[in-house]
Write a protein of this length. Sequence first.
Length: 115
Amino acid sequence: QVELVESGGDLVRPGGSLTLACKRSGHVFGVNVMGWYRQGPGDQRDLVATISKDGITTYSDSVKDRFTISSDGATLMYLQMTELKPEDTAVYYCRADNKWGQTFWGQGTQVTVSS
C-alpha cells in the first residue's frame, strides 16, 4: 500500500503562481511513475503531468510551459504552477503507479484561480 498526501492548494489570482506537494509513504518500493491529475467541477479527472523514476516528464498541452513537475526521488513530488488561469481551477490529485500494475491516489487539494 502506498499513501499519498497532497498539500499546497489555495486561492490565487489569475497570473499568479502556486506550488503543490505530494508526500508519499508506505510501500514505496516499486513505484515507477508518479503524476498530477486534476478534476474541475463537472469534469472528468485529467492528466496534468507525470514523472518517471528516471526523471522523465510529460505534460498535457494545456499546462506545458507553465507547470513544472519534479521529485526528490524519495518521498516528495511537486507541481510548480505559474501563469495560472481560471480554467486551472480544480481539485489536484497525486497518483502513483507501481511495477505490479497497482495505482494509488491521494485525497486531493483544491486550487482556485479567481480575482
